[in-house]
Ligand binder design. Sequence first.
Ligand code: ATP
Ligand code: MG
Length: 396
Amino acid sequence: MSAAGGNPLSTRLPGSMENGQLMTLGVMGGGQLGRMFVHAAQAMGYFTAVLDPDPASPAGLVSHHHIQTDYLDEQGLAQMLQRCAAITTEFENVPAGALYTLGSHRFVAPAANAVAIAQDRALEKTHFASCGVACAPYALIETAAQLAAVADDLLPGILKTTRMGYDGKGQMRVANRAELTNAWDALANVPCVLEKMLPLAMECSVIVARGATGEIVNFPIQHNLHRDGILAVTQVFDGVVPQALADQAVTAARAIAQGLGYVGVLCVEFFILQDGSLVVNEIAPRPHNSGHYTLNACDQSQFDLQVRTLAGLPLTQPRQHSAAIMLNLLGDIWVNQKTPDWAGVLALPGTHLHLYGKLSARKGRKMGHLNITAAAPEQARETALRCAALLGIAAF
Ligand code: ATP
Ligand code: MG
């Protein structure tokens, strides 16, 4: 944690003033996660500042201040420091260096060192091991010698760049050594990890929030369906994941956050294997796509908790009050740029449309999400399947 520079927690209370200005919370990155953070912060009376080079960034469009520079631009960072009492991040590839710079002057959560670990699959896996949480068997490949020394047992596998991967980008499936060699060349021989391809029964995630004084709360376990490497559907209700595994995942997620001395919202992604065992996949040092249902199905959203951890406010365990299903709305459903049937969807009970204000729809681009809430899981599923049919999303 970096607590710094003349900003005791009391000055970050909602409605407090600094230099004659209302307290401003900042976020590095202007994507949809930043936008939903900004909404949550503004709901509590904060001013907001977003740093993102894109003039049309979803968060920049709704923030009081939008600093349009690169993440490492000295003037941009100086403006963030001048404006903000505390700063968070929404995009895991914001250079950790920018957070180190900010963190030496202002309260930054999550701290640069935690983000640096989450940005590097090799460091991340070392951290999992230190917390006693199993991940997929893997080998680090940084040199031709390490490539040659890969154990047969890791094939077939998935070669992943250690840095800068997301939504399945920067990874290739390989069946044998020849494919592995070609894949590493195709990835320009950058540092990679080769993970053994595991027989997955299910994917799930757990989101925790940890405060600066060490208190941790968590959302219930999320069941996630990915298509083409991108999250498609998240389902959250009692029994969606067997209880013993859910408990194990929550315990592991808390241990991972604790072990990092993490402050902020952290998502831990898991695989459940066909033999019923749980392994951790990766962490995201920010709110997560699989947590978007919390906006409508819980008494606090993941973005509310991001605001609280950043502002040093108390944390209470969030309560899910409705069964929930989230459908990701990718650019694919704007067939021929035609607007999807929102009226049809909104005519169904318990539907909550969230669009991120992006100006053009492209295949695979996250344009928004649809939350479906209901008193019981069966109802949520029935409505979600009807929505999926109306929107041209495959059934699940
Ligand atoms: P994101 O950041 O969007 O979550 P990513 O690009 O970081 O994704 P991963 O989470 O590492 O990528 O992998 C993407 C998907 O590929 C996983 O959700 C899972 O479906 C599959 N996958 C990844 N690693 C393995 C593995 N070792 N065995 C089997 N399937 C895997
Ligand atoms: Mg992932």
